[in-house]
Design a protein around this ligand. Structure first.
Ligand code: ADP
Ligand code: TRP
Length: 320
């Protein structure tokens, strides 16, 4: 089974990215042949500063490795090291109806937030389909917001197969973990860097605590019982805690006598401790930058050889 996923280097990694995509992807590396990449071609749709893009890509590589991507198990590479994918994207474009892309939420969301409506942004899902299809991927771990892109990928693959031959491209299946499909941010909306409501993974401890103290709560007084079920504090806590720990926190909410500040402190400690080892690995990797480069170099070689093989088959099928 081949597992594939990518993430754009377009800012700092947050808990939504980690729980929605990175952690599930890393857990899956034991279950098949994993291909994970830094989607830097995709980032050109939003990141316009070359120095920023370089630095985000470098950071993302360190983040992924620190979080547990094992280069002995997974092929890890930069999307732009496999330019064949843009050739496939063009071929897929030629079977993709405009209407299919016009229905995509992500284009509408991004342009409504002021991102320039370039052709690249519009065609984003076609390049994503090429990413997935060029490696004959079976399984694609992502967060809920990528579900529509997976449906588009399957549609495009089916159209391509209808035109050029059954079974030419493999239809992938998304893997969306329900508990972390949409991790809430500080304000309870989906955590996203575009909403400014994120908790970043490698935030310094002081800043992390400050952020957590900003989580929106109601104005129930300290003494009064509190409803755990609507609380974003509990929603975040349960993503890191055991079922027993979560039940105990909920009991404390209901009992009254403790303020939200106390509960935020408990959440802060939980998150800080969860990432302690990961932070340490991140620091080590930062001090040996050639290590990540070596992994990416090796990954690019492997990924490119697979992509080239696929393209031989596809080029012949379309009549080149
Ligand atoms: P952002 O919304 O911050 O721009 P991206 O769109 O770059 O994040 O998402 C990268 C990956 O992280 C995708 O697989 C996406 O589904 C996942 N992801 C992002 N935010 C969340 C969230 N709040 N909950 C779950 N998964 C998320
Ligand atoms: N669109 C994804 C995101 O915004 C990133 C991505 C690009 C991707 N190509 C992919 C994810 C292929 C999975 C498979 O997060």
């Amino acid at each position: 089974m081949r597992i594939l996923s990518g993430i754009q280097p377009s800012g700092r990694l947050h808990l939504g990215n980690y729980l929605g995509m990175m952690q599930p992807a890393i857990q899956l590396q034991d279950e098949g042949e994993a291909y994970y990449f830094i989607a830097d071609y995709h980032s050109l749709t939003t990141t316009t500063d070359p120095e920023a893009l370089r630095s985000y890509s470098k950071d993302l590589a360190l983040d992924f490795l620190a979080c547990g991507l094992d280069p002995g198990k997974a092929v890890f590479f930069r999307q732009s090291d496999v330019p064949e994918v843009t050739e496939l994207a063009w071929m897929l474009s030629c079977v993709t109806p405009m209407g299919l892309l016009e229905r995509c939420h992500s284009f509408k969301d991004k342009t409504s937030r002021g991102i320039a409506a370039s052709h690249g942004l519009f065609a984003y899902p076609v390049l994503m389909a090429a990413d997935i299809l060029i490696y004959d991927s079976d399984l694609v771990p992502v967060g809920q917001d990528q579900k529509q892109h997976l449906e588009v990928t399957r549609d495009i693959a089916q159209k391509f197969n209808d035109r050029y031959g059954d079974g030419l491209l493999k239809l992938p299946t998304p893997r969306i973990r329900s508990e972390t499909a949409a991790v809430p941010g500080l304000d309870g909306q989906k955590m996203s860097k575009s909403y400014g409501n994120t908790i970043d993974l490698f935030e310094p401890e002081k800043a992390l605590r400050k952020k957590i103290m900003r989580i929106v709560t109601d104005s129930t007084p300290v003494e009064a019982p509190k409803d755990p079920d609507g609380s974003y504090i509990v929603q975040l806590y349960q993503l890191f805690a055991t079922a027993e720990e979560t039940a105990a926190l909920k009991d404390q909410f209901r009992a009254g006598g403790r303020g939200y500040g106390d509960f935020k402190q408990i959440l802060f400690e939980k998150i800080r401790d969860h990432f302690a080892g990961i932070r340490e690995s991140r620091l080590e990797l930062e001090n040996q930058p050639w290590k990540a480069e070596e992994v990416l170099h090796h990954g690019a070689h492997k990924a490119r050889s697979v992509a080239r093989m696929t393209m031989e088959r596809i080029r012949a099928a379309v009549g080149f």
